[in-house]
Design a protein around this ligand. Structure first.
Ligand code: GLA
Length: 375
C-alpha cells in the first residue's frame, strides 16, 4: 500500500536586493550592466494549503490579503500585494500549475531607494511558490517571469537586471550581464573594499513616468538610426562614431539620451576589464564618468545624489562613487577601502545632514549570493 505524505512544515526563501556598480539605463537597451546582489534581502515563508488560495501577509505593511488562483482575469489593486500576485499570475499564464499557499513576507531592503526591493520580493515569491508546487524552473526563465510580472501586472516597464542578479548574484562577485543574450560573467570584487551605499532619503517618486519617457526617447533614437544602419535593433548596436555621424538630425535631448547609453555600455566593458586586472582606480574613474553622464546626458540624477557623490569624492579611501538605480533620488554606491569605511561614512553622513537637513542611512554592504532556501 502506498501513502502520500504531505509535508506541511513551512519553508523559507530569501532573495537579495542589488546595487548596480555600473551600467545604468542600459538593460532595456539590450546593453551591459554590472550589479552585485547585496546582503539585504526579502524573506518569504511558505506553507502549503490544499485549496487554490493564496493567503499573503506582509510583516512590513502589517497587512494581509487573499487571492484565488482560479480567478479568471485578475487585475492589480495598486497595492504592495501586486508584486506577489503578479508573480503567481505570470507563473500560471506560463502554464505552471500552482498549489495554494500561505505566504509570510518580511523585507529588509529599503523601499523606493533604488536597491530593488520589488525584484527581491518577486524573486523570493517565485522561489517559494515554485518550491511549494514541486516545480523545477530554470533560473533564467524565473527571472524573465518576474520581470513580466512587474511589466505586465504591476505596470512598471523595468529591464531584466534586478531580477537576474537577485537570482544569479554571488558572494564577493560583481555580475557582468549581457542583457540581450542573458549570458553573464562573475567578476572578483577584492575583499579589501566594501560597497558603501548612501541613501539620500529622497524617494524616487517621479521615477516611473520619467523612466518610461527615457525608454521612449531611446526607442525614437533607434528608429532614426536604423534608417541609416539597418542592423541596429537597439542602442546596444550603435557605436559613438555612428551616433555622431548619423545622429546629427536627432532632437538634442534624444541625441543626449542615446549618447549616455552608447558611452555607458563602453564604460561597463572597460570596467569589467579593470576589475579583472584588479585595477580599482580605473574602475572608480569609470564610475565617475557614469555619474556625470547620468547627470548631464540622461538627466536622471538629483541635487541630493550629486551632493552625496561630491562628498564621496572629497573623502580619502573612496575609489569610485555614483548614483545607482533608476535615479531621481534613492542611493549612491561607493567603493571604499575597508580601513577607511568608518571615516568615510561619518564624513558623508555629517556633511550631508548639515547641508540638506536630511539624515542619510548608510549601508555597508558586501556582494552576496542570489536567492536560496534557508535551511
Ligand atoms: C531600475 C530598473 C532596472 C534598470 C535601472 C536603470 O532600477 O528596475 O531594470 O533599468 O532602473 O539602470
Amino acid at each position: 500500500m502506498s501513502r502520500t505524505l504531505v509535508n506541511n512544515s513551512p519553508r523559507t526563501f530569501r532573495a537579495p536586493g542589488r546595487v548596480n556598480l555600473i551600467g545604468e539605463h542600459t538593460d532595456y537597451n539590450d546593453g551591459f550592466v554590472m550589479p552585485a546582489a547585496i546582503n539585504l534581502s526579502t524573506f518569504v515563508t511558505v506553507w502549503p494549503r490544499d485549496d487554490r488560495k493564496l493567503q499573503i501577509r506582509s510583516e512590513n505593511f502589517d497587512d494581509e490579503i487573499e487571492f484565488d488562483l482560479d480567478e479568471p482575469d485578475p487585475a492589480p489593486r495598486g497595492h504592495w500585494s501586486d508584486y506577489v500576485v503578479g508573480v503567481a499570475v505570470m507563473l500560471g499564464r506560463a502554464g505552471h500549475r500552482l498549489r495554494g499557499a500561505r505566504l509570510d513576507i518580511r523585507g529588509e531592503v529599503p523601499l523606493g531607494s533604488g536597491l530593488s526591493s520589488s525584484a527581491a520580493v518577486e524573486v523570493a515569491t517565485a522561489c517559494a511558490l515554485t518550491a511549494n508546487s514541486d516545480l523545477a524552473i530554470d533560473r533564467r526563465e524565473l527571472a524573465l517571469l518576474c520581470q513580466r510580472a512587474e511589466n505586465e501586472f504591476v505596470g512598471a516597464r523595468v529591464g531584466i537586471m534586478d531580477h537576474f542578479v537577485s537570482l544569479f548574484g554571488k558572494e564577493q562577485k560583481a555580475l557582468l550581464l549581457d542583457c540581450r543574450s542573458l549570458e553573464f560573467k562573475l567578476l572578483p570584487l577584492p575583499d579589501t573594499v566594501n560597497l558603501v551605499i548612501c541613501n539620500t532619503m529622497v524617494k524616487h517618486e517621479l521615477a516611473s513616468s520619467a523612466y518610461n519617457e527615457r525608454r521612449a526617447q531611446c526607442e525614437a533614437g533607434v528608429r532614426h538610426l536604423a534608417r541609416f544602419l539597418p542592423h541596429v535593433k537597439a542602442l546596444r548596436d550603435v557605436t559613438l562614431a555612428e551616433l555622431e555621424e548619423f545622429g546629427s538630425d536627432l532632437p538634442e535631448v534624444v541625441y543626449r539620451r542615446c549618447r549616455h547609453v552608447v558611452t555607458e555600455n563602453a564604460r561597463v566593458l572597460a570596467a569589467a576589464e579593470a576589475l579583472e586586472r584588479h585595477d580599482l582606480y580605473r574602475f572608480g574613474e569609470l564610475m565617475r564618468g557614469s555619474h556625470f553622464s547620468l547627470r548631464d546626458d540622461y538627466q536622471v540624477s538629483s541635487g541630493e545624489l550629486d551632493l552625496m557623490v561630491e562628498l564621496a569624492f572629497m573623502a580619502d579611501g573612496v575609489y569610485g562613487a555614483r548614483m545607482t538605480g533608476g535615479g531621481f533620488g534613492g542611493c549612491t554606491v561607493n567603493i571604499v577601502d575597508v580601513p577607511y569605511v568608518e571615516e568615510v561614512t561619518g564624513f558623508i553622513a555629517r556633511q550631508y545632514e548639515h547641508i540638506t537637513n536630511l539624515r542619510p542611512e548608510i549601508y555597508v554592504c558586501e556582494a552576496s549570493n542570489g536567492a536560496e532556501e534557508i535551511r
